[in-house]
Design a protein around this ligand. Structure first.
Ligand SMILES: Cc1cc2nc3c(=O)[nH]c(=O)nc-3n(C[C@H](O)[C@H](O)[C@H](O)COP(=O)(O)OP(=O)(O)OC[C@H]3O[C@@H](n4cnc5c(N)ncnc54)[C@H](O)[C@@H]3O)c2cc1C
Length: 289
């Protein structure tokens, strides 16, 4: 591993100034579960690593912010899993956080780090897409908010500009009743990324949102508001024809985790399963309310 300067700023201003100064030669470190691997393998060769863990304003945790829950940048997967409000409003995100790596990884890995790493297979990306999360960015120049659907630009690439840090992620409370479910195919739990992953959300107004990972260069969201996908009592053939149309956007690759054909077949199978679970959840939420 090539040597680099290691800095632990205590304020956002200090962190932003360092990022501005070093530009593309700087790397931000949160939990380090992705970055350390990339540093050791020499995939990134920064002149400075800026550890955010002492920046107290990024340790805000999960805060009620009116119509949304705001997740601070240093919030861990384990905090998301344990939070009662997350379990109530965003069970599909909790399901995704639960499958990220092992207990040790989940106690280190942040939600923000998962999206900034921008792996096409990032497990939290599909739920963040269906819940229409908004990523709040900060830099010396000011703040801006980016819908997560616009955040990913390619494998390992995001809209983050020079000097920008993710400060928090907003999760708008979903309409009620609604139901969401996460699904994933993987070779080995705890040590391997998803072969494919997905999340769907259905609402009582007949809208279905589906988001997919490891099915193209970046996680993506598709929608259908015909009402066909929110009704599990209808014609299964009609479901498949809508799903096949939506999945035209998928362009999975063949790699060590699975072939393109296997991925394409599983996208359809897993979409059906996740939709059924989401519809059941919406129905039981409807009974409770
Ligand atoms: C053994 C193992 C198993 C894993 N299993 C899974 C899995 O099952 N599913 C999965 O999705 N991932 C998995 N991962 C990947 C990783 O754990 C997650 O992506 C994790 O959420 C990254 O968060 P982090 O805080 O560790 O990020 P870091 O490693 O600290 O950072 C990751 C990237 O994001 C940038 N970054 C971090 N925070 C910010 C910020 N606030 N603003 C701007 N940029 C930022 C960093 O510069 C870096 O480029 C695994 C990793 C390992 C080592």
């Amino acid at each position: 591993m090539r040597s680099f300067r290691y800095s632990r700023p205590e304020t956002l201003e200090e962190a932003s100034a360092l990022l501005e100064e070093y530009g593309t030669d700087a790397r931000v470190l949160a939990g380090g579960t992705d970055l350390m691997v990339r540093l050791r393998r020499g995939h990134v060769l920064p002149r400075i690593v800026i550890d955010l863990k002492r920046v107290s304003s990024l340790h805000s945790g999960i805060v009620d912010a009116g119509a949304c829950l705001r997740v601070g940048a240093l919030t861990l997967m384990s905090q998301i899993i344990e939070d009662e409000r997350m379990q109530r409003h965003f069970p599909a995100l909790v399901e995704a956080a639960r499958v990220v790596g092992s207990v040790q990884i989940r106690n280190r890995a942040t939600l923000a780090g998962n999206i900034c790493n921008a792996s096409p297979a990032a497990d939290t990306a599909p739920p963040l897409l269906v819940f229409e999360a908004v990523v709040n960015l900060v830099s010396k120049a000011g703040r801006r908010a980016v819908p997560v659907a616009e955040f990913f630009t390619g494998p390992g690439r995001t809209v983050l500009e020079r000097g920008e840090i993710v400060e928090s992620i907003d999760l708008p409370l979903p309409p009620r009743p609604s139901g969401a479910a996460f699904g994933r195919v993987t070779r080995r739990y705890g040590v391997d990324l998803a072969t494919i992953n997905l999340c769907c959300l259905v609402t009582a107004s007949g809208e279905a949102r589906l988001a997919y990972g490891a099915a193209g260069p970046r996680p993506f969201l598709v929608r259908d508001d015909s009402g066909l996908l929110t009704n599990s009592d209808g014609d299964p053939g009609a479901w498949d024809s809508v799903l096949r149309r939506l999945l035209e956007q998928a362009s999975p690759i063949s790699d060590v985790r699975g072939s393109r054909d296997y991925r394409q077949a599983m996208l359809l199978v897993m979409s059906r399963r996740a939709l059924r679970t989401a519809i059941e959840r919406m129905r039981s939420e409807g009974k409770d309310s």
